[in-house]
Ligand binder design. Structure first.
Ligand SMILES: [Zn+2]
Length: 241
């Protein structure tokens, strides 16, 4: 069981990714008293703001403002803090500044758990780039010689949250997290993402399906909703459970 002093760091390529894919985990850990910090690298202003661009007179600045407001609202509902980098969308620009800032985040937060995108996503290469920069900056933060403030990072486990089309991304659900107690909160956070209303039901259905699988794999019939995760590194344990 998690220590309430633990910190969870969530790296989201775009304004809404963390909501659909990890909203349950975020609400669950925040509810247990953990600090949950989201790094939102881009607003998804070009690739994931379709509905806003259909409105007359829309500008890039207004799209960004709207996505930022929705995202901040969703993070608040989930009980997390959020930092926006505005690092660009289509393409996400992994600059030296972004890398240094993210290493600084790892060193300052000393996360116990890291959540991010899967390594591949042929539908949005910025998701894969967000994954790569997460892994890279976690590794840099572990290196005593890397010039960043704070003490070097330990070895927090990294989990990929479920991509939109998991089979195409080579995603394998290795961990099913019971989010039943916080699903209402996740749904409210999803509804804060007004520009992507078409995904509210989609991700509710997905949580239900993963919930059925979680119950089947555990014998815990009380599980109704779940989120799937994949590990990047081996689990280290003193018992096989
Ligand atoms: Zn995205």
């Amino acid at each position: 069981m998690e220590n309430a002093k633990n910190t969870i760091l969530v790296i989201s390529a775009h304004a809404a990714d963390f909501v659909w894919r990890a909203g349950g985990a975020i609400a669950l850990y925040a509810g247990r008293g953990c600090r949950v910090r989201i790094l939102c690298l881009s607003y998804g202003e070009r690739g994931e703001s379709e509905r806003l661009w259909k409105m007359p007179g829309m500008t890039m600045e207004r799209v960004k403002e709207s996505r930022r407001a929705e995202s901040a609202k969703a993070a608040g509902i989930l009980g997390a803090e959020i930092r926006f980098f505005d690092a660009g969308d289509y393409p996400l620009r992994v600059t030296e500044q972004l890398v240094n800032d993210m290493v600084g985040e790892f060193r300052a937060c000393q996360p116990h758990i890291v959540l991010t995108h899967a390594p591949a996503d042929p539908y949005n290469l910025d998701h894969a780039d967000a994954c790569q920069v997460t892994l890279r900056t976690r590794i840099y933060a572990q290196a005593a010689g890397y010039p960043a403030e704070g003490k070097k990072l330990g070895a927090p486990p990294v989990f990929a949250f479920e991509p939109h089309q998991p089979e195409q991304c080579g995603f394998r659900p290795e961990v099913l997290l019971d989010i039943t107690p916080v699903f209402d909160r996740k749904r409210k956070a999803m509804e804060a993402m007004e520009a992507q209303e078409h995904l509210w039901e989609y991700y509710t259905d997905l949580a239900r399906r993963r919930g059925v699988q979680a119950a089947r794999n555990s014998g815990r019939s009380e599980i109704t909703y779940a989120e799937a995760y994949q590990r990047f590194y081996p689990q280290v344990t003193d018992g096989l459970t």
